[in-house]
Ligand binder design. Structure first.
Ligand SMILES: *Cc1c(COP(=O)(O)O)cnc(C)c1O
Length: 390
């Protein structure tokens, strides 16, 4: 394979070799249905419990509080729609932020059609939700507050503990989408005080198509899929056994390697930023650099289109995301960058670089080299180039 430099770990990650090896036996030899009472069924059931123990350990929960889902998206849908369905006779108001992942925003849009009332809180220029705004938005009919732990485009870390305290005082359920946070910042569900928390395996070197929802003991939300008794009847359907085993292994590795993982990401990210600063003029950083995912960088290159940069990098075997990130099929400017007040033309020139365990210094050196050339080339043909004297 040609040399490839992957700088899009926030979009997805490769499955680690040890994770893959953990999964294979559950597809071939230990394929029993976990609901079957004979031995190979029971060994499957034990594999699920082991994975729950491993994921629970990573976030300070108990295995009984971990419910597997088909994705992070499904966990968000279940948390939000399940809460609404179980509490809609008590109230219909939900508070969220305007820069959530679409799995949250579109679940809420769907509920608005069902009669929910949703408050979308503003986000500061730094990319942070203000807990005071949450407090002020609470009404008598508020049943749920949902604010993400780490933003997927700009990596900013939200004041989850402060928000959960406010929710608890008013006895309102609190959900957080922790898909980007998992394995990258320390999470202790009890210390943070969250009731519901979404996770996904493929952002932590596990397989795609498997996620989990943490549901705090004692919290009751409506079941999501109806059928057999799986996941304590909350999410029916024969379990994705290999996916679950892989998710568990990925969580185990994430817990064991946490410190070195975070250190490596921060080193790569900061080295990249330093090199870019030395070589490329006229760019801005989107979002706070202090309260940030260690492997996330989001840069706006003025006067040019991020899409153009992305394509030139791709030609050289380097993968990144544009300001429209998860939206890259559409030309709508990123709702995240809009929410933090980045002007439209700057959003169009924004690129997310995200670093991971397999990123090397050589990758960074080469990526900056190619990026420098790409930015230079695009600026030469851009309309402002003459007045800027390029
Ligand atoms: C990736 C992501 C999701 C969706 O998870 P999937 O498993 O891909 O469905 C949800 N929220 C955030 C913040 C994410 O980054």
């Amino acid at each position: 394979m040609e040399r490839n430099i992957y700088l899009d770990y926030s979009a997805t990650t490769p499955v680690k070799r040890e994770v893959f090896e953990e999964m294979v036996p559950y597809l071939t030899d230990y394929y029993g249905n976990p609901s079957s009472i004979y031995k190979i069924g029971q060994s499957s059931k034990e594999a699920i419990l082991l994975a729950k123990e491993r994921i629970a350990s990573l976030v300070g929960a108990t295995p009984e509080e971990i419910y597997f889902t088909g994705s992070g998206t499904e966990a968000d849908n279940w948390a939000i729609i399940g809460t609404y369905d179980s509490l809609k006779t008590k109230g219909n108001h939900i508070i969220t932020s305007s820069f959530e992942h679409h799995a949250v925003l579109h679940s809420l849009k769907y509920l608005e059609e069902q009669g929910a009332e949703v408050t979308y809180l503003p986000v500061s220029k730094d990319g942070l939700v203000n807990p005071e705004d949450v407090k002020n938005a609470i009404k008598d009919n508020t049943i749920l507050i949902t604010v993400m732990m780490v933003n997927n485009e700009i990596g900013t870390i939200q004041p989850i503990k402060e928000i959960s305290k406010i929710a608890k005082e008013k006895k309102i359920l609190f959900h957080t989408d922790a898909v980007q946070a998992l394995g990258n910042i320390k999470i202790d569900v009890n210390d943070l005080g969250v009731d519901l928390m979404s996770m996904s395996a493929h952002k932590i070197y596990g397989p795609k198509g498997i996620g989990a929802l943490y549901i705090k003991k004692g919290v009751k939300i409506e079941n999501f899929l109806h059928g057999g008794g799986q996941e304590n009847t909350g999410r029916a359907g024969t379990e994705n056994l290999a996916g679950i085993a892989g998710f568990g292994k990925a969580a185990l590795i994430a817990e064991k390697n946490f410190d070195s993982h975070v250190l490596h990401l921060r080193e790569m990210r900061d080295y990249f930023l330093k090199k870019v600063s030395e070589r490329i003029p006229d760019f801005n950083i989107n979002g706070s650099m202090e309260k940030r995912h260690p492997g996330n960088l989001n840069l706006a290159f003025n006067y040019i289109e991020g899409e153009g940069i992305l394509l030139l990098l791709d030609k050289e075997g380097i993968q990144v995301s544009t300001g429209s990130a998860c939206n890259s099929q559409s030309l709508t400017p990123s709702h995240v960058l809009s929410a933090i007040g980045v002007p439209v033309e700057r959003i169009h020139g924004s690129i997310r670089f995200s670093f991971g365990d397999f990123t090397t210094k050589e990758d960074v050196d080469q990526a900056v080299e190619v990026l420098d050339k790409a930015v230079g080339k695009l600026r030469k043909i851009s309309s402002v180039s003459k007045e800027k004297g390029w």
